[in-house]
Design a binder for this molecule. Structure first.
Ligand code: 4AD
Length: 435
């Protein structure tokens, strides 16, 4: 007997006219007289499978197929046909259906559900077509991140998650008791460890979860998110921006190439993504302030920008835009002051187009021991926990730069979805810890 091959739905174009086995779930169904139309999904795609009364089923069996509850798991066999009008462009003429597990009444229906309900059922909502497309894009974004850095000679260095000190300000720290050693904090950023690693490996990056006890309930904030953080010895802030624009362009172009079907499901307008190629426009903080005040904002010099301001600036450009040289007082302690105006720092934020806000924060780091000590003091940070970090300035210090790109904000932008919570499998927010 010839074995029927078990194939995935995305592989079907290679099997037209052949008999295959599909293992998956019943995503939807439709009946029309004597035919049962089953819409199957297997994680790689959706497929219409049809059963007629005739050679393989009698009419009672077809009737029973129509009764299978949604989300039951099935193993089916049949012949693959091209069918332009069917979902995905192929159809399976069923010859055999085996129910593996009949599902109970499935809570997610075709009707509109509230976002709270869908989030409560996130473990099931992941099965929907749109959520599947978003997380498959996320998968490609993460693969593209690794490709980009690996091909350029960066070494992946994993940072610790339990840390002794703050990196990005003390107001968003998650603290926990750590045995006899007092408090530990969930990492806000792997940066300080990447600085140590770049002095050992030259070019490094990490891709790791980071945590911020953000009180904000905006569409751009999670309490747990993933960040990719490269760090390069002997790079200055301008080298750093060049790396960022090449990197972001590579990630976007990779998704365009690898995920056309997913972007179609998401009804993403591709034109703004196709424009994401270097060079990106660069404006200073002062120029950004002028744009904002011209657009009716009233922001005093020295204040940071929030989501509304970032959106207003992004409207002026057709691709991501760098804002550089922020006032020192609104930025982190480790940023190198501008030698021409020490009230400013050699940093940049990269603002995504179409109102998606800041996706990157980066800077040249302070490499002078005494200046760094001074800044730690000004920020009221305990010097002793940074002693190891100060060592990097004691033993062969050099100018170096790096940045952090938020994975979820990037995925949300590329997918064109409104809220960051759908860009991560199981989002953590101030009001959500379940499932
Ligand atoms: O600008 P941030 O705070 O930079 C750092 O953490 C640096 N230590 C990175 C570095 O230089 N190595 O954060 C970087 C990016 C932001 O641009 C944003 O994309 C993302 O991390 N991000 C968040 N994403 C989701 N939820 C939050 N609460 C986020 N906070 C920051």
């Amino acid at each position: 007997m010839v074995e029927v091959p078990w194939v995935s739905i995305e592989m079907l174009p290679q099997y037209v006219g052949k008999k295959v086995e599909i293992r998956g779930w019943l995503a939807n169904k439709r009946s029309s007289g004597k035919i049962a139309f089953l819409i199957l999904r297997d994680g790689t795609g959706f497929l219409q499978a049809t059963a007629f009364a005739g050679e393989h089923f009698d009419s009672e069996e077809v009737k029973n197929l129509k009764r299978i509850p949604l989300e039951s798991s099935l193993i089916v066999q049949g012949r693959v046909k091209e069918e332009k009008r069917a979902i995905g462009g192929y159809e399976l003429e069923l010859e055999k259906v085996e129910i593996i597990s009949e599902a109970e009444d499935y809570p997610i229906q075709k009707k509109e559900h509230s976002i709270e309900f869908l989030m409560e059922n996130r473990h099931l909502w992941l099965r929907s077509r749109k959520q599947n497309a978003i997380l498959r894009v996320r998968n490609q974004v993460i693969m593209a991140i690794h490709h980009f850095f690996q091909e350029r000679g960066f070494t992946l260095i994993d940072p610790p998650i339990l840390t002794p000190a703050a990196c990005e300000g003390t107001t968003t720290l998650f603290a926990l008791d750590y045995f006899d050693l007092g408090k530990a904090y969930l990492s806000q950023s792997g940066q300080l460890y990447m600085e140590a690693a770049c002095m050992a490996f030259g070019k490094v990056y990490c891709l790791a979860p980071t945590f911020r006890a953000e009180k904000s309930k905006t569409r751009r904030h999670l309490t747990e998110f993933w960040m990719v953080e490269p760090e390069v010895a002997f790079y200055n802030w301008e080298d750093n921006m060049e790396l960022q624009e090449e990197f972001v362009s590579f990630v976007v172009q990779t998704v365009l190439e690898k995920c056309p079907r997913e972007l179609e499901v998401l009804e993403r307008d591709l034109k703004p993504l196709e424009r994401v190629v270097p060079p990106f426009p660069r404006i200073s903080y002062d120029e950004a302030l002028r744009i904002l005040n011209r657009k009716g904002f009233r922001i005093e010099w020295g204040n940071d920008f929030g989501g509304d301001e970032e959106t207003a600036i992004s409207e002026e450009f057709d691709r991501p835009v760098f804002i550089h040289h922020y006032p020192k007082k609104v930025k982190a302690f480790y940023m190198q002051p501008d030698p021409e105006n020490p009230e400013l720092v050699l940093n940049d934020d990269l603002i995504a187009p179409e109102g998606y806000g800041e996706i990157i924060g980066g800077s040249e780091r302070i490499h002078d021991l005494n200046l760094l000590k001074e800044r730690i003091k000004e920020h009221h940070l305990p010097e002793e926990v940074f002693d190891w970090y100060l060592d990097l300035r004691r033993f062969g210090s050099c100018p170096h730069s790096g940045f952090g790109l938020g994975v979820e904000r990037t995925v949300a932008w590329i997918c064109g979805i409104h809220h960051i919570r759908e860009a991560i499998p199981f989002p953590r927010q101030i009001y959500r810890l379940y499932p």
